[in-house]
Design a protein around this ligand. Structure first.
Ligand SMILES: NC(=O)c1ccc[n+]([C@@H]2O[C@H](COP(=O)([O-])OP(=O)(O)OC[C@H]3O[C@@H](n4cnc5c(N)ncnc54)[C@H](OP(=O)(O)O)[C@@H]3O)[C@@H](O)[C@H]2O)c1
Length: 332
């Protein structure tokens, strides 16, 4: 049965194309779209609304959700859970954790919950949403979290410090700062994505252990490096915006010859993410994907002992308890 598809950061560069593909190719699904700012004045949300307006029969709703607030995240989960219970929404078929945050020009920002904002938006909030909503999936739901080659030390040219899972996990939510805003900011981003990628392996283990949820499958997906993303103009040094305009976009065909197909625009990436979430071809797939191909994630992300430590700590960070998740095996 065509159920609900939940997408975070729905007005982002990749997500806008994903929404358009969803409405065009899979109109039978109910789209539950979250944005940080749902107001009329947000230009990106307006663009999203304009696209939705082209599909008057679409089953779509837009919800304001700031993922840097844990209480807002739990409140949103409550509203979806009650919406499924009273048949306002069909059971969840797919969840796409797409929203992300970085700050390459400033120090770590600590949220009201006491966590580094990059880490909270990219990892903790998505863990909270996922584990709160997991009981509302249909039998064969799919989870897609957006990863990146940056999670693997040495793979992304923007890296200054290699990402890694520290022995003291508290450093992930309270990172140290120094004068290197760009290098440290990118490190926080890459490490949050490494954490999320590792966590997906643990999630799949717990899903497979669970009697009711063993058919729900999760992937971490590197959808490519997107030359036209507004990420390069958001909390980023002006040199990155210049590189985008004068180098990445005009020379994309040449750059692809040297870098391969992962360097691309947001359009095809958005399409692939929806295909990963809904196409029968990817039903039951788990693990790490680059574009639409099964792939290996970094050696550290595959370290089971680290995955387990992150799993346990993430439950605590995200305020997930036996009482508020259907994935009871999470606590075994
Ligand atoms: N762009 C790339 O080259 C690239 C490469 C590898 C992986 N990825 C991954 O692909 C995904 C999409 O990237 P993109 O290029 O489409 O990014 P993008 O255009 O910068 O969009 C990011 C989205 O996240 C939202 N967001 C930021 N802070 C938020 C918060 N506190 N609460 C809720 N939403 C928040 C943004 O909303 P506002 O604008 O309203 O804040 C926006 O909708 C990300 O997960 C990214 O890590 C991208």
């Amino acid at each position: 049965m065509a159920g609900s598809l939940i997408l975070t950061g729905a007005n982002g560069s990749l997500a806008i194309h994903a929404v358009e593909h969803l409405l065009k190719k899979y109109p039978q699904y109910t789209a539950i779209l979250t944005v940080r700012d749902a107001s009329e004045t947000d230009v990106n949300t307006k663009r999203l609304r304009d696209i939705i307006a082209r599909y008057p029969k679409a089953k779509v709703s837009i919800h304001q959700l700031d993922l840097s607030s844990l209480s807002a995240t739990h409140k949103f989960a409550d509203s979806i859970i009650s919406g499924v219970a009273d048949n306002r929404y069909p059971p969840i078929s797919a969840f796409i954790g797409n929203a992300y945050y970085w700050n390459l020009i400033g120090d770590p920002e600590i949220t009201a919950d006491g966590y580094d904002k990059t880490f909270q938006v990219n990892h903790i909030a998505h863990v909270a949403l996922m584990l709160r909503l997991i009981g509302n999936f249909g039998n064969d739901g799919r989870i897609v979290f957006l990863s990146t080659d940056a999670h693997w030390p040495g793979k992304n040219p923007m890296e200054v410090y290699p990402p890694g899972i520290p022995d003291d996990l508290n450093l992930l939510v309270n990172p140290t700062a120094d004068d290197d805003k760009f290098g440290r900011g990118y490190h926080r981003y890459a490490t949050s994505k490494l954490t999320m990628t590792s966590w997906i392996f643990a999630l799949n283990r717990y899903l497979l252990k669970s009697e009711d949820l063993s058919k729900v499958a999760a992937v971490a997906m590197n959808a490519g490096n997107l030359v036209d993303s507004r990420a390069l103009r958001t909390n980023a040094p002006p040199s990155m915006a210049r590189m985008q305009t004068f180098f990445y976009k005009p020379f994309l065909p040449l750059l692809r010859l040297a870098n391969g197909p992962t360097l691309r625009t947001a359009g095809p990436a958005g399409i692939d993410v929806i295909e990963m979430a809904l196409s029968p071809t990817y039903e039951g797939k788990r693990g790490f994907f680059t574009l639409l191909e099964e792939d290996q994630s970094s050696p550290e992300s595959q370290d089971e002992e680290k995955q387990q430590r992150l799993w346990k700590q993430s439950l605590e960070w995200a305020q997930i308890t036996k009482e508020n998740t259907a994935l009871k095996s999470a606590f075994e």
